[in-house]
Ligand binder design. Structure first.
Ligand SMILES: [Zn+2]
Length: 388
């Protein structure tokens, strides 16, 4: 590695960084780490006089060639979706700066290790003029996340700051090679442009700085761009689903469930969904387990994504919160224009007494899901619609 592996020789500063991390059980844990900032990270340009002094203890492999036509800083999107372009003969020797904000992000994505290894190989290859720049560990380029700033926005600022640092640093050392940021993210380009950094979309870069090669490169770019757009759409979909999931409570961790069941705070039982009225489910009374009567688990939030046959941990609600079977339907169906069958159920449910009611706080064991498929035939239109 060009810049990050060496033992720092100079002064070190550090700051505390707070990370939130999802645990394997789906809970969110806060971690505080001391984050060391160094002052001896070099720009990597062959003849930069101010860096040459710092360079002594650091063994570099790749360097940026001072008389290259330009230097390019790439972002996460470029590395993740357009890396293949750098394997083309036209771009194989492009002088590239990769901020370690980008490699950190890559190591965090599923399957990112393979790409990370590719990046490392390019950096190790002295013929490729590619350096990994430790901007996250460098006192002059590290940026603290601001209140209300998303991780993505903070990372944009980190990359833009790196680009800005390079511009100023090279200027101060009389190196005239232009530096530019390549990104297909408009938000990142805007952040960078606001700092006076020259930021280009990949397409614009190819048609200006790679004019003589642009035809072949643009074809490759367009096909990779298609993949990128599809991935972005999938991500947006998944995020939309994620927000829906937050309508439910998070499951408690295994250890908490176990302790709760042992101490009698939670009841464990197999969830039975009522065949005639799937809005009602219950766990059965079991004196051995200390459950003295059936506990009703209405659909929705109380059920908390558990399905028929799951072994669940249930917390009994306070008596004032108990409901009668079918009462959730009554709430939902109180509006106008509901079908007749359900309205009848509503009127009878009013007379029912309230029963012990609980909510699912965790899944002890998932039922192997077998999906029931029903086919409804619409006789008038002669169309069958299938529901899973
Ligand atoms: Zn330098």
């Amino acid at each position: 590695m060009a810049t990050t592996d060496a033992v720092p020789a100079g002064n070190i500063e550090y700051t505390n960084r707070v990370f939130s991390k999802k645990t394997r059980r789906g809970r969110v844990a806060l971690l505080v780490r001391e984050h060391y900032l160094r002052n001896d990270i070099v720009c990597g340009v062959t003849i930069c006089s101010s860096c040459l002094e710092k360079l002594q203890p650091v063994k570099t492999t790749s360097v940026l060639i001072e008389d290259a036509s330009h230097f390019v800083i790439i972002d996460f999107t470029f590395a993740a979706y357009f890396w293949e372009m750098l394997d083309t003969p036209q771009l194989s020797k492009l002088n590239i700066i990769i901020p370690n904000t980008v490699t950190n992000e890559i190591q965090n994505i599923t399957g990112g290790q393979r790409l990370y290894n590719k990046i490392k190989n390019r950096v190790k290859d002295a013929r490729k003029n590619t350096i990994l720049f430790g901007n996250e560990n460098f006192v002059e380029t590290f940026v603290e996340r601001k209140a209300k700033e998303s991780i993505e926005e903070r990372n944009y600022r980190a990359i833009a700051t790196t680009a800005s640092w390079y511009m100023n640093h090279l200027k101060a050392n009389q190196i005239k090679t232009p530096v530019m940021l390549l990104s297909d993210s408009e938000d990142l380009r805007k952040t960078a442009q606001n700092m006076g950094v020259s930021a280009l979309s990949i397409r614009d870069y190819l048609t200006t700085w790679q004019k003589e090669n642009s035809r072949a490169l643009l074809d490759l770019y367009e096909s990779l761009h298609q993949i990128y757009i599809e991935a972005k759409e999938k991500k947006a979909e998944a995020e939309a689903k994620g927000t829906q999931d937050q309508l439910y409570d998070e499951y408690l961790g295994e250890d908490v469930l176990e302790a709760g069941i042992k101490s009698g705070i939670f009841f464990q039982g197999s969830l039975h969904v009522n065949h005639h009225n799937p809005d009602d489910a219950f766990i059965r009374a079991d004196e051995k387990k200390g459950i003295l009567s059936d506990i009703l688990i209405p659909e929705g939030r109380y059920r908390n994504r558990a399905i028929h046959g799951d072994s669940v941990a249930v917390q009994l609600l306070a008596e004032s919160e108990w409901v009668s079977p079918g009462s959730i339907i009554r709430k939902e169906e109180s509006g106008e224009g509901k079908e007749e069958g359900r309205t009848v159920l509503v009127s009878t449910s009013k007379s029912r007494r309230k029963v012990p009611t609980g909510k699912v706080v965790g899944i002890v064991q998932r039922n192997v899901r077998d999906y029931v498929c029903t086919i409804q035939v619409d006789k008038d239109k002669d169309v069958a619609s299938m529901q899973l």
